[in-house]
Design a protein around this ligand. Structure first.
Ligand SMILES: NC(=O)c1ccc[n+]([C@@H]2O[C@H](COP(=O)([O-])OP(=O)(O)OC[C@H]3O[C@@H](n4cnc5c(N)ncnc54)[C@H](O)[C@@H]3O)[C@@H](O)[C@H]2O)c1
Length: 261
């Protein structure tokens, strides 16, 4: 059935932040379409449709767009949230020095974190509902690491504890910085075409990381703690709804002040 309710697409909607955002927007009356590579349809609830798709398969976006057209006639918002970001709490092997950088990992990050959101935006432009009396919204989920480079000192104590030299690799911050510039570029390009294009730059979200990491991270935050995933939701809501009708080309850091000093 084609849904006529206001529809918001959330990529990576089965992940830590994406899942919270999907349920949040569904509870606020949106029809949500989650696009994710994972096979977890059981997670999907009322008002949430699921499209399982590998967003790095950019050459097949026509197929993806046809699928979305079969689900909604009222697309008003895209949240580009999916990203390749090895988590310190899951696999420290993804953290290595610049000298260890390999081309496959670099290409994977560029494809998912930067190429996919740009080309998905392009592919979806013709099917946004610009007939509605409101602006359509494109929101890119960036990161503090797209605004400032990683402070590698936060990994020191965990490196000592694990005996593995932990260094945040170059791919993530570089692709996120690229997405920040894509946000600004598109805000200008689409400014008179009925769109607001903005970004959110979350700080590190607490998620069962090792205590020594949480302590080291928190010391660098003026507010003295990591973020909670829920603390991103109201900013996403602002950027997805009419409260942001005159906000364009901005990247709102929700980071406890990390990028302030
Ligand atoms: N977690 C943090 O501390 C943090 C901090 C700053 C910014 N962010 C940003 O917030 C966003 C969400 O982060 P998260 O921690 O929820 O990530 P996550 O890793 O928990 O979720 C990412 C989701 O993307 C999906 N995905 C991965 N590859 C895909 C592909 N090829 N095609 C489609 N889907 C794919 C995964 O299945 C997963 O559900 C990301 O853009 C991330 O960079 C996160």
């Amino acid at each position: 059935m084609i849904e006529s309710k206001k529809t918001i697409i959330i990529t990576g909607g089965l992940g830590l932040l994406g899942k919270k955002a999907s349920y949040f927007f569904a509870s606020r009356g949106f029809h949500v379409i989650v696009i994710d590579i994972a096979d977890e349809k059981k997670e999907i609830a009322k008002n949430i449709s699921y499209v399982q798709y590998d967003l790095t398969d950019i050459n097949s976006y026509d197929f993806l767009i046809n699928k979305i057209k079969s689900l909604t006639c009222n697309l008003v918002c895209l949240i580009n949230n999916a990203a390749f970001n090895p988590k310190i709490e899951e696999n420290i092997k993804g953290f290595g020095s610049f000298e260890e950088l390999d081309l496959n990992t670099w290409n994977k990050e560029v494809n998912l974190n930067l190429t996919a959101p740009v080309f998905l935006t392009k592919a979806l432009l013709p099917i946004f509902n610009n007939d509605s009396n409101d602006y359509c919204k494109i929101i890119n989920v960036i990161s503090t690491y797209g605004l400032v480079p990683p402070n590698q000192s936060i990994y020191n104590n965990l490196s000592i504890k694990t005996g593995h030299a932990i260094i945040k690799p170059i791919g993530y911050p570089v692709t996120k910085a690229g997405l920040a510039m894509a946000t600004k570029y598109l805000s200008i390009y689409l400014g008179k075409k009925g769109f607001n294009v903005n970004g959110i730059a979350p700080g590190g979200i607490e998620n069962h990381q090792d205590k020594v990491f949480i302590e080291a991270y928190s010391e660098q935050v003026p507010m003295g703690r990591m973020a909670k995933a829920d603390e991103m939701l109201e900013t996403l809501y602002l950027l997805a709804t009419s409260g942001s009708n005159y906000i364009n080309g901005q990247i709102i850091a929700v980071d406890g002040g990390w990028t302030t000093w």
